[in-house]
Design a protein around this ligand. Structure first.
Ligand SMILES: [Zn+2]
Length: 191
């Protein structure tokens, strides 16, 4: 799929909105992105995860791992397509860990999956879990790179889409100056 085809999937599903948005940070942006919206649709999950699975097809992988909650759907589908085991890490006292009897063995080869990477915090935490179990990370696959390629996990990494996050303080916002209606995503219009 081309970048435009992928962008279209995000727009069609409402995952990527363009306009004038108030972000949770208080900053303004002309784009609003919610990956879960695209992952509502099994056909899109399959298409996007196929790109990740194909990218790592040549790698030796025993297990796919993802941080809950965002990475669950992606990790599950990539594992399905590669026909590998899938486990997930979840937060307990704010720290990601393996629960439910999930284990990683010594030298187990692990592909880390996630939906969206902004700073990569959850993925770095999962990589630490892999390392602390003496397993081996072989790569990181995710749907959207919101760092626009700035985050480097130190392993082969692949995203289906790279997107720059451009936002402004309200006082510097060019869209406010143009008097474009400000919208808070997920709620009623506020202005
Ligand atoms: Zn604004």
């Amino acid at each position: 799929m081309t970048e435009n085809e992928i962008l279209n999937i995000f727009k069609k599903s409402g995952a990527l909105l363009t306009g004038h948005f108030l972000l949770t940070s208080g900053r303004h942006s002309d784009r609003y992105f919610q990956c879960a919206k695209v992952l509502q649709y099994p056909e899109y999950i399959e298409m996007l995860c196929k790109m990740i699975a194909e990218n790592f097809k040549g790698a030796e992988i025993d297990t796919v791992i993802a941080p809950a909650i965002g990475g669950l759907v992606v990790g599950q589908e990539v594992a399905q397509q590669l026909n590998k085991k899938f486990i997930f890490a979840e937060r307990e006292d704010k720290k990601l860990s393996l629960r439910r009897g999930f284990e990683l063995g010594e030298n187990e080869k692990v592909l880390v999956c996630e939906d969206v990477v902004t700073t990569g915090g959850s993925v770095f935490e999962v990589i630490d879990i892999v390392k602390s179990n003496n397993a081996k990370a072989v790569g990181v696959g995710f749907i959207v790179d919101r760092s626009n390629g700035k985050v480097n996990f130190g392993y082969p990494q692949f995203s289906t889409l790279k997107m720059e996050v451009v936002s402004y303080l309200p006082d510097d916002c060019p869209f406010c100056r143009e008097d474009i209606e400000l919208v808070k995503p997920g709620s009623r219009k506020i202005k």
